[in-house]
Write a protein that binds this ligand. Sequence first.
Ligand SMILES: Cc1ncc(COP(=O)(O)O)c(C=O)c1O
Length: 458
Amino acid sequence: MKRIYFPEPFRIKSVEPLRMLTNKEREQKIAEAGYNVFRLAASDVYIDLLTDSGTGAMSSAQWAGVMLGDESYAGADCYYKVQEAAQRIFGLPYIQLVHQGRAAEKVLLPILLQGKKYAIANMHFDTTRAHVEIAGARAIDCVVPEALDTTSYYDFKGNMDCARLEEYIHKLGAENIGVVIMTITNNSAGGQPVSVANIRETAAIAHKHGIPFMIDAARYAENSYFVQQREEEFKGKSIAEIVKASFDCCDVFTMSAKKDAIVNMGGLIGCRDKAIFELIKQRTISFEGFITYGGMSGRDIEALARGLDEGIDENYLKYRIGQMQYLAARLEEGGIPFQTPVGGHAVFVDAKKLLPHIPYYEFPAQALAIELYREAGIRACDIGSYMLGNDPDTGKQLEAEFEFTRLAIPRRVYTQSHLDVIADALLNIKERAAEIKGFKIVEEPPILRHFTAKLMPL
Ligand SMILES: Cc1ncc(COP(=O)(O)O)c(C=O)c1O
């Protein structure tokens, strides 16, 4: 195996004990949880790969900031610091704090979608899709076809299919489309990067038709690292320059700061237009609180102000993406199929390929997630038909483009030995893949069902 050099640009000062239950205990816990990994107690999990969102380890500088956080209701010191950092890094003049990514979506999307029928994205993340639908519109995904073939190598599998975007705009009518969204990196396609050239082209198409262009910026730093490694124009450019070039194209952005800003809670909205910003402020006050804290504690705002810069540190990003590449190399060696090349925050195991005998309506990616918990106490999650849910018009189960079991790697949390446990567990599961059975849902809410539904093994 090719050795990959990705040294941690930090050392460990504080540790958190983990426990591993017996096989029998895990079997009982997952049954009690209705075969839904979101219903497991975290203390019953050994390696938690449920999400990279809000699960990162903060630096000593961020923890020091927590003590300095100003808890004033209005005009706290940390508010000005986060404004300064976000305006400098992203280059948009108006920045609003909110408590997480979906709060940004809740505040912004109804403003853009008022009287409109559609939002078009490279791919909508599930909360983005939900907020498009709550605003009364429909969410259309328009990713490049290369993303759909998990075995082929393509530098920017997260890209928008610009030709198809043009077709959609002509077919649906530009006046009916409230926003064109670029999710960077493209989480639902496997944490796949989007090139700056594609961001520019997509923005130009949206603007030509008078449609606002939005970036879903959760992984702004990881995307920029891939751009630096893979896009000719940006080789040798700093991450800060690449972030700036990407955001130069957008009218608005939403951000879950719980990813690349390495904080446990936080979100941002960025905007160029003063009139839209006034509406954003009004809705923030209704839903999140006064504009200078936007649903956050001063201590969390202080940590966020520091995290925005830590996230774009090149040595950190090299280590971060290097972890993903190490795990991917081990899986490749063991013949485990996954979205290739590996993306920025997770390895997306192709459950459709690993468990071809389980149809989409029996949720192969969920079945694999359950098996990982049974095998080694690892908590992963389904990014497939189980997560996608039912058609809002017909109520019928939708078939997802992918059936991924996502191994999301929290930032600065797990060591290389943990990555080896994950790889070994998957190799063991592969041996008995043919015996693994699918699931059926026995209880589900109408929206974002995967968080709370209960399932039964078939
Ligand atoms: C691309 C993307 N957008 C939006 C969100 C929503 O952010 P939050 O979980 O902070 O509400 C997420 C969360 O995982 C995400 O990955």
